[in-house]
Design a protein around this ligand. Structure first.
Ligand code: TMP
Ligand code: ASP
Length: 265
């Protein structure tokens, strides 16, 4: 398939497949593809808290593109094919495994609360956790016993997801360390890709400051969605700084009221 020749279907004529909290999925130009559209909606605590942050979707589209493209390049399979425009990317259609895979390197958030470990404490090793994706239940943490008993994933798929999670964690830790950012933890989602008679587990969804905890190495300043969850303000500025450090945006002030200034189209 030549994805460079993909026809652009006007938004009004596209079939919407799924409406999430921060993203919408539309039918793609070829069978087996979808278009992932990044919205400006920020939610926390299972959407009890909600706000539109103008420009967030554009930044997450670019940051997630950068991460997924690099993962593809080092042989970590993902659903990402290519970015289409400011807010959209072309992706492979997968069957989403109904689990959130969280990898933690440093204690923070719910781990600190649950186990009484002070935020910022380096963990003895990276810890992988699974949460069942169900907003009504508040995404409860589950064990491998629950996952296999209820058929959300097989033992082999759990192994595959853990292997992917470790590779993604190693890549992201180094990537962010190189630009003065500590990867505290992150969440990823996996999907089943069906190709011919084969099925394999690949990385799906997004990886962005919405789904990671990123702290500045020197100041410990939060550069992620905790700025919104904890009412710290400056979310857009923090995400812009992450993008700039990764070399995605030109280091220049943007005129008030305009969107982020993009270099590459
Ligand atoms: P937690 O400490 O609240 O469990 O979050 C762990 C990591 O997972 C953190 O980087 C934020 C991310 N996360 C999501 O992306 N979506 C979610 O629904 C939750 C609860 C956490
Ligand atoms: N729980 C998610 C978060 O805090 C967002 C949401 O559930 O609305 O990242």
């Amino acid at each position: 398939m030549d994805f460079n020749k993909t026809r652009y279907i006007p938004m009004s004529r596209r079939r919407r497949i799924y409406e999430g909290k921060a993203k919408t999925l539309y039918e793609g130009p070829e069978p087996g593809t979808l278009i992932q559209h990044f919205k400006d909606d920020a939610t926390a605590f299972n959407a009890k808290k909600h706000q539109i942050i103008e420009g967030k979707g554009v930044l997450n589209n670019r940051i997630s593109e950068y991460i997924f493209q690099h993962l593809n390049d080092i042989g970590v399979p993902t659903h990402f094919i290519k970015r289409l425009n400011m807010r959209e990317q072309l992706i492979r259609e997968v069957e989403i495994v109904p689990l959130e895979v969280v990898v933690r390197n440093v204690a923070a958030g719910s781990l600190s609360q649950r186990l009484g470990i002070e935020e910022g404490t380096q963990l003895p090793r990276s810890i992988i956790e699974f949460y069942y994706k169900n907003d009504q239940l508040g995404d409860p943490m589950v064990s491998e016993e629950h996952i296999t008993a209820f058929g959300w994933a097989t033992p082999q798929e759990i192994d595959d997801m853990m292997a992917l999670a470790i590779r993604v964690n190693d890549f992201l830790t180094g990537l962010f360390l190189g630009v003065g950012i500590r990867l505290v933890d992150f969440k990823m989602e996996c999907g089943r890709l069906f190709e011919n008679d084969m099925m394999r587990i690949i990385v799906a969804d997004e990886i962005s400051p919405d789904s990671c905890r990123l702290w500045d190495i020197k100041s410990n300043e939060k550069m992620d969605k905790d700025r919104f969850r904890r009412d710290l303000g400056g979310l857009l500025e923090a995400y812009t700084e992450v993008a700039k450090r990764l070399g995605i945006l030109v280091d220049q002030d943007r005129p008030a009221g305009s969107g982020p200034v993009l270099v590459k189209s």
